[in-house]
Design a protein around this ligand. Sequence first.
Ligand SMILES: NC(=O)c1ccc[n+]([C@@H]2O[C@H](COP(=O)([O-])OP(=O)(O)OC[C@H]3O[C@@H](n4cnc5c(N)ncnc54)[C@H](O)[C@@H]3O)[C@@H](O)[C@H]2O)c1
Length: 181
Amino acid sequence: MSSPLVLVTGGAGYLGSHVVSALTSAGYNALVLDNLSVGNADLVLPHAWALVEGAYGDLPLVRALLERSHPANPGRPVAAVVHCASDAPCGDDGELLTVLNVGSGAEISIRDLANAVARECDFRGTISWDASKPDGTPRKLLDSSRLAGLGWRARILLEQGRASTVTAYRQECEGQLARLG
Ligand SMILES: NC(=O)c1ccc[n+]([C@@H]2O[C@H](COP(=O)([O-])OP(=O)(O)OC[C@H]3O[C@@H](n4cnc5c(N)ncnc54)[C@H](O)[C@@H]3O)[C@@H](O)[C@H]2O)c1
């Protein structure tokens, strides 16, 4: 008897590809329906029984898969459907919001940041710099304009975040030392 066939919509996406891999490990055949707007066929093909490129809103296509008349699963019934597909939202420019930079809009060099963290931690040692190594990106500033265009603003500035992180770290260390007695 062949393994039960499970239709996984969005199976080439993040969640779906894990579902496909888990189903395959559990002895099911995963039939993936994905329009590959975001998903990655290479991610899922090694685990999927078959990949059909198409939209879950394409009713004739979905009907053909469920009625086992599609060339992908002729005569093989679909035992279950796991719906993992989701349309990525679009910005006002109509582009898919697949990658959004999240930044405060402020820029700081690695040297200034290291010095500020050292001050915050009362670090009395010396920071050594290895100038023989590359500097990384010349600018340390993300273009967060797409996110800003959606109305998002950073509410915690770098200095505040740095201070509260150091405070939380200190409290954690003190708690651990107290527990050790
Ligand atoms: N990633 C998580 O940790 C997580 C946790 C809980 C819930 N979810 C939910 O699970 C769903 C999937 O999340 P994800 O992180 O895997 O997203 P994802 O963007 O990685 O995957 C979505 C998949 O759906 C496909 N897709 C988009 N529109 C489609 C369409 N019309 N027809 C067919 N395929 C289509 C995309 O190509 C992509 O492969 C979302 O609704 C998400 O909110 C995700």
